[in-house]
Design a protein around this ligand. Sequence first.
Ligand SMILES: [Zn+2]
Length: 94
Amino acid sequence: MASNKTSSAGEGQTSKRKQDVPADERAKNKKVTKYCCVPQCTNYAVEGMRFHKFPQDPKTRQAWIVALKMGKEVTDHDWVCAGHFLQSDYLPQG
Ligand SMILES: [Zn+2]
């Protein structure tokens, strides 16, 4: 009796190598994320969270710096999250 084994060596050996995803995929994230610059505050921009820039007026800006205990100079690129404001701090809309 001759064995009827079918040798299929060589088949199914195609190498499937996936292209590796770059590790720094966050670098391509188009979403600009804002972080609160206030010390001890770790809030960052999420939906529903308002962020504010420091006022252009030097006096008002200084008042913010004191009130927020910044302890450092702020720039026009710094953001303050809404967590440091009271509802009454906002001017009425309209
Ligand atoms: Zn904050």
